[in-house]
Design a protein around this ligand. Structure first.
Ligand SMILES: NC(=O)c1ccc[n+]([C@@H]2O[C@H](COP(=O)([O-])OP(=O)(O)OC[C@H]3O[C@@H](n4cnc5c(N)ncnc54)[C@H](O)[C@@H]3O)[C@@H](O)[C@H]2O)c1
Length: 244
Protein backbone atom coordinates (compact mmCIF):
# COMPACT_ATOMS: atom_id res chain seq x y z
CA UNK A 1 0.00 0.00 0.00
CA UNK A 2 1.19 3.57 -0.72
CA UNK A 3 2.61 4.71 2.64
CA UNK A 4 1.44 8.32 2.48
CA UNK A 5 -2.33 7.84 2.37
CA UNK A 6 -4.62 9.86 4.63
CA UNK A 7 -8.26 9.16 5.42
CA UNK A 8 -11.24 8.51 7.66
CA UNK A 9 -12.52 5.26 9.18
CA UNK A 10 -15.95 5.42 10.83
CA UNK A 11 -16.79 2.84 13.47
CA UNK A 12 -13.07 2.82 14.29
CA UNK A 13 -13.83 2.11 17.93
CA UNK A 14 -14.62 -1.57 17.43
CA UNK A 15 -14.65 -4.64 15.23
CA UNK A 16 -14.04 -4.21 11.51
CA UNK A 17 -13.44 -0.44 11.66
CA UNK A 18 -10.82 -0.90 14.35
CA UNK A 19 -9.12 -3.79 12.51
CA UNK A 20 -9.04 -1.68 9.33
CA UNK A 21 -7.62 1.38 11.12
CA UNK A 22 -4.95 -0.85 12.74
CA UNK A 23 -3.94 -2.30 9.37
CA UNK A 24 -3.86 1.13 7.72
CA UNK A 25 -1.61 2.46 10.49
CA UNK A 26 0.69 -0.57 10.07
CA UNK A 27 0.98 0.38 6.40
CA UNK A 28 1.98 3.93 7.34
CA UNK A 29 -1.32 5.68 6.59
CA UNK A 30 -2.56 8.61 8.66
CA UNK A 31 -6.02 7.82 10.01
CA UNK A 32 -8.91 9.83 11.42
CA UNK A 33 -11.04 7.49 13.53
CA UNK A 34 -14.68 8.39 14.07
CA UNK A 35 -17.07 6.62 16.41
CA UNK A 36 -20.08 7.41 18.58
CA UNK A 37 -18.21 5.74 21.45
CA UNK A 38 -15.42 7.85 22.94
CA UNK A 39 -14.23 4.87 25.01
CA UNK A 40 -14.04 2.79 21.85
CA UNK A 41 -11.62 5.32 20.34
CA UNK A 42 -9.22 5.28 23.32
CA UNK A 43 -6.94 2.68 21.67
CA UNK A 44 -6.37 5.14 18.80
CA UNK A 45 -6.15 8.48 20.55
CA UNK A 46 -2.56 8.16 21.77
CA UNK A 47 -1.22 6.74 18.50
CA UNK A 48 0.91 8.88 16.19
CA UNK A 49 -0.54 9.98 12.83
CA UNK A 50 -4.11 9.85 14.04
CA UNK A 51 -6.96 12.12 14.98
CA UNK A 52 -10.10 10.89 16.72
CA UNK A 53 -13.59 12.37 16.77
CA UNK A 54 -16.62 11.30 18.76
CA UNK A 55 -19.31 11.54 16.07
CA UNK A 56 -22.81 10.25 15.61
CA UNK A 57 -22.85 9.59 11.86
CA UNK A 58 -26.59 10.30 11.72
CA UNK A 59 -26.09 13.91 12.86
CA UNK A 60 -25.16 16.24 9.96
CA UNK A 61 -23.74 18.96 12.25
CA UNK A 62 -21.45 16.51 14.09
CA UNK A 63 -20.33 14.99 10.79
CA UNK A 64 -19.58 18.44 9.31
CA UNK A 65 -17.58 19.43 12.41
CA UNK A 66 -15.56 16.18 12.31
CA UNK A 67 -14.86 16.68 8.59
CA UNK A 68 -13.47 20.15 9.40
CA UNK A 69 -11.26 18.64 12.14
CA UNK A 70 -9.86 16.15 9.63
CA UNK A 71 -9.12 18.92 7.12
CA UNK A 72 -7.22 21.00 9.64
CA UNK A 73 -5.41 18.06 11.30
CA UNK A 74 -4.57 15.89 8.28
CA UNK A 75 -5.03 18.24 5.30
CA UNK A 76 -6.29 15.66 2.80
CA UNK A 77 -8.71 12.72 2.48
CA UNK A 78 -7.59 9.91 0.17
CA UNK A 79 -9.91 7.25 1.59
CA UNK A 80 -13.12 6.83 3.54
CA UNK A 81 -14.16 3.54 5.15
CA UNK A 82 -17.82 3.59 6.23
CA UNK A 83 -17.79 0.91 8.94
CA UNK A 84 -20.10 2.50 11.55
CA UNK A 85 -23.19 0.32 11.64
CA UNK A 86 -25.65 -1.64 13.73
CA UNK A 87 -27.26 -5.08 13.53
CA UNK A 88 -30.68 -6.32 14.57
CA UNK A 89 -32.36 -9.70 14.65
CA UNK A 90 -36.09 -9.20 14.14
CA UNK A 91 -39.10 -10.72 12.44
CA UNK A 92 -41.72 -8.91 10.37
CA UNK A 93 -44.31 -9.80 13.00
CA UNK A 94 -42.43 -8.18 15.86
CA UNK A 95 -40.07 -5.46 14.67
CA UNK A 96 -40.82 -1.98 16.06
CA UNK A 97 -40.99 1.04 13.73
CA UNK A 98 -38.29 2.81 15.78
CA UNK A 99 -35.95 -0.15 15.30
CA UNK A 100 -36.46 -0.06 11.52
CA UNK A 101 -35.78 3.69 11.46
CA UNK A 102 -32.63 3.31 13.58
CA UNK A 103 -31.21 0.58 11.30
CA UNK A 104 -31.71 2.70 8.19
CA UNK A 105 -30.67 5.91 9.92
CA UNK A 106 -27.28 4.55 10.98
CA UNK A 107 -26.52 2.06 8.20
CA UNK A 108 -27.88 4.01 5.21
CA UNK A 109 -28.30 7.70 6.14
CA UNK A 110 -25.09 7.69 8.22
CA UNK A 111 -23.08 6.23 5.34
CA UNK A 112 -24.59 8.87 3.06
CA UNK A 113 -23.96 11.85 5.36
CA UNK A 114 -20.32 10.98 5.96
CA UNK A 115 -19.58 10.34 2.28
CA UNK A 116 -21.37 13.56 1.31
CA UNK A 117 -19.47 15.64 3.88
CA UNK A 118 -16.09 14.34 2.66
CA UNK A 119 -16.97 14.36 -1.04
CA UNK A 120 -15.09 17.57 -1.98
CA UNK A 121 -11.97 16.18 -0.31
CA UNK A 122 -12.34 12.74 -1.94
CA UNK A 123 -12.80 14.40 -5.35
CA UNK A 124 -9.76 16.65 -4.81
CA UNK A 125 -7.67 13.55 -3.94
CA UNK A 126 -9.30 11.24 -6.55
CA UNK A 127 -9.81 9.01 -3.55
CA UNK A 128 -11.56 5.78 -2.59
CA UNK A 129 -14.68 4.95 -0.58
CA UNK A 130 -15.18 1.50 0.94
CA UNK A 131 -18.61 0.71 2.36
CA UNK A 132 -19.63 -2.19 4.61
CA UNK A 133 -22.46 -4.21 3.12
CA UNK A 134 -23.09 -7.81 4.21
CA UNK A 135 -23.50 -11.28 2.85
CA UNK A 136 -27.16 -11.08 3.94
CA UNK A 137 -27.59 -8.31 1.34
CA UNK A 138 -26.78 -10.88 -1.35
CA UNK A 139 -28.49 -13.98 0.04
CA UNK A 140 -31.88 -13.89 1.79
CA UNK A 141 -32.11 -14.69 5.46
CA UNK A 142 -35.27 -15.26 7.50
CA UNK A 143 -34.20 -13.74 10.80
CA UNK A 144 -32.94 -10.26 10.02
CA UNK A 145 -34.85 -8.88 7.02
CA UNK A 146 -34.56 -5.19 7.86
CA UNK A 147 -30.85 -5.36 8.64
CA UNK A 148 -30.39 -7.26 5.36
CA UNK A 149 -32.42 -4.61 3.51
CA UNK A 150 -30.30 -1.81 4.99
CA UNK A 151 -27.15 -3.61 3.82
CA UNK A 152 -28.68 -4.22 0.36
CA UNK A 153 -29.25 -0.46 0.22
CA UNK A 154 -25.56 0.06 1.02
CA UNK A 155 -24.62 -2.37 -1.79
CA UNK A 156 -26.72 -0.48 -4.32
CA UNK A 157 -25.52 2.93 -3.10
CA UNK A 158 -22.01 1.59 -3.71
CA UNK A 159 -22.74 0.68 -7.33
CA UNK A 160 -24.65 3.92 -8.05
CA UNK A 161 -22.03 6.15 -6.39
CA UNK A 162 -19.31 4.29 -8.31
CA UNK A 163 -20.94 5.46 -11.56
CA UNK A 164 -21.75 8.94 -10.25
CA UNK A 165 -18.21 9.56 -9.01
CA UNK A 166 -16.19 7.77 -11.71
CA UNK A 167 -15.93 10.96 -13.80
CA UNK A 168 -14.17 12.53 -10.80
CA UNK A 169 -11.76 9.61 -10.47
CA UNK A 170 -13.29 8.57 -7.12
CA UNK A 171 -13.69 4.79 -6.67
CA UNK A 172 -16.48 3.29 -4.56
CA UNK A 173 -16.50 -0.36 -3.51
CA UNK A 174 -17.97 -2.42 -0.71
CA UNK A 175 -17.00 -5.48 1.24
CA UNK A 176 -19.87 -7.83 2.11
CA UNK A 177 -18.66 -9.84 5.10
CA UNK A 178 -20.21 -13.02 6.36
CA UNK A 179 -20.60 -13.51 10.12
CA UNK A 180 -17.41 -12.16 11.66
CA UNK A 181 -16.31 -12.29 15.29
CA UNK A 182 -16.86 -8.71 16.48
CA UNK A 183 -18.96 -7.08 19.23
CA UNK A 184 -21.68 -6.27 16.62
CA UNK A 185 -24.10 -8.85 18.00
CA UNK A 186 -23.56 -7.97 21.66
CA UNK A 187 -24.11 -4.30 20.78
CA UNK A 188 -27.41 -5.30 19.20
CA UNK A 189 -28.55 -6.41 22.65
CA UNK A 190 -28.20 -10.16 21.98
CA UNK A 191 -27.12 -11.98 25.10
CA UNK A 192 -23.87 -13.96 24.86
CA UNK A 193 -25.60 -17.36 24.80
CA UNK A 194 -27.91 -16.28 21.95
CA UNK A 195 -24.96 -14.77 20.07
CA UNK A 196 -22.92 -17.95 20.49
CA UNK A 197 -25.81 -20.12 19.28
CA UNK A 198 -26.50 -17.75 16.36
CA UNK A 199 -22.85 -17.74 15.23
CA UNK A 200 -22.52 -21.52 15.68
CA UNK A 201 -25.65 -22.08 13.61
CA UNK A 202 -24.38 -19.68 10.93
CA UNK A 203 -20.89 -21.28 10.97
CA UNK A 204 -22.44 -24.69 10.23
CA UNK A 205 -23.88 -23.29 6.98
CA UNK A 206 -20.66 -21.58 5.84
CA UNK A 207 -18.82 -23.70 3.24
CA UNK A 208 -15.47 -23.06 4.99
CA UNK A 209 -17.19 -24.07 8.26
CA UNK A 210 -16.15 -21.14 10.42
CA UNK A 211 -16.96 -17.50 11.07
CA UNK A 212 -14.49 -14.80 10.03
CA UNK A 213 -11.94 -12.75 11.92
CA UNK A 214 -11.85 -8.93 11.64
CA UNK A 215 -8.33 -8.89 10.16
CA UNK A 216 -9.50 -11.17 7.32
CA UNK A 217 -12.10 -8.58 6.30
CA UNK A 218 -9.82 -5.59 6.92
CA UNK A 219 -7.30 -6.93 4.37
CA UNK A 220 -9.88 -6.67 1.57
CA UNK A 221 -11.07 -3.24 2.70
CA UNK A 222 -7.52 -1.89 2.50
CA UNK A 223 -7.03 -3.61 -0.86
CA UNK A 224 -9.93 -1.59 -2.27
CA UNK A 225 -8.28 1.60 -1.01
CA UNK A 226 -5.06 0.71 -2.81
CA UNK A 227 -6.33 -0.69 -6.11
CA UNK A 228 -6.82 2.06 -8.66
CA UNK A 229 -8.78 0.30 -11.45
CA UNK A 230 -11.61 -1.33 -9.51
CA UNK A 231 -14.89 0.38 -8.79
CA UNK A 232 -18.53 -0.59 -8.15
CA UNK A 233 -17.70 -3.98 -6.61
CA UNK A 234 -19.54 -5.54 -3.69
CA UNK A 235 -17.13 -8.27 -2.66
CA UNK A 236 -18.29 -11.14 -0.44
CA UNK A 237 -15.68 -12.02 2.19
CA UNK A 238 -17.69 -14.77 3.78
CA UNK A 239 -16.13 -18.24 3.65
CA UNK A 240 -18.28 -19.01 0.60
CA UNK A 241 -21.69 -18.25 2.16
CA UNK A 242 -22.99 -16.20 -0.74
CA UNK A 243 -22.40 -18.94 -3.32
CA UNK A 244 -23.71 -21.86 -1.27
N1 LIG B 1 -19.49 -8.49 12.25
C1 LIG B 1 -20.16 -9.03 11.24
O1 LIG B 1 -20.48 -10.23 11.22
C2 LIG B 1 -20.57 -8.17 10.07
C3 LIG B 1 -21.01 -8.82 8.91
C4 LIG B 1 -21.41 -8.06 7.83
C5 LIG B 1 -21.36 -6.68 7.88
N2 LIG B 1 -20.92 -6.07 9.01
C6 LIG B 1 -20.92 -4.61 9.02
O2 LIG B 1 -19.63 -4.12 9.34
C7 LIG B 1 -19.73 -2.86 9.98
C8 LIG B 1 -18.90 -2.90 11.25
O3 LIG B 1 -19.47 -3.85 12.13
P1 LIG B 1 -18.64 -4.54 13.28
O4 LIG B 1 -18.86 -5.99 13.16
O5 LIG B 1 -17.27 -3.98 13.30
O6 LIG B 1 -19.49 -4.05 14.54
P2 LIG B 1 -19.03 -3.34 15.88
O7 LIG B 1 -20.26 -3.20 16.71
O8 LIG B 1 -17.86 -4.05 16.44
O9 LIG B 1 -18.54 -1.90 15.37
C9 LIG B 1 -19.45 -0.93 14.91
C10 LIG B 1 -18.97 0.43 15.38
O10 LIG B 1 -19.88 1.42 14.87
C11 LIG B 1 -20.09 2.37 15.89
N3 LIG B 1 -21.36 3.07 15.69
C12 LIG B 1 -22.62 2.57 15.84
N4 LIG B 1 -23.53 3.53 15.62
C13 LIG B 1 -22.83 4.66 15.33
C14 LIG B 1 -23.21 6.00 15.02
N5 LIG B 1 -24.50 6.38 14.97
N6 LIG B 1 -22.23 6.89 14.76
C15 LIG B 1 -20.92 6.54 14.81
N7 LIG B 1 -20.51 5.30 15.13
C16 LIG B 1 -21.44 4.37 15.37
C17 LIG B 1 -20.10 1.55 17.19
O11 LIG B 1 -19.88 2.38 18.32
C18 LIG B 1 -18.99 0.56 16.91
O12 LIG B 1 -17.75 1.03 17.38
C19 LIG B 1 -21.22 -2.62 10.24
O13 LIG B 1 -21.69 -1.75 9.23
C20 LIG B 1 -21.83 -4.01 10.08
O14 LIG B 1 -23.16 -3.95 9.65
C21 LIG B 1 -20.51 -6.78 10.10
Amino acid sequence: MRPDLVGVVTGAGSGLGRATAELLLEHGARVAGWDISGDGLNWLSDRESTVTSVVDVTDPAQVAAAADEVRSALGRVDFLVNSAGVFLLGSLADIEPAAVRRLFDINVTGTTLVTQALLPDLIAAMGAVVNLSSTVALRASASNAHYAASKAAVAQLTRCWALELAPHGVRVNAVAPGPTNTPLFATAGMDPAVTEAFLAQRAATIPLRRTGEPAEVARWITRFIDDEWVTGHVLPVDGGTSIA
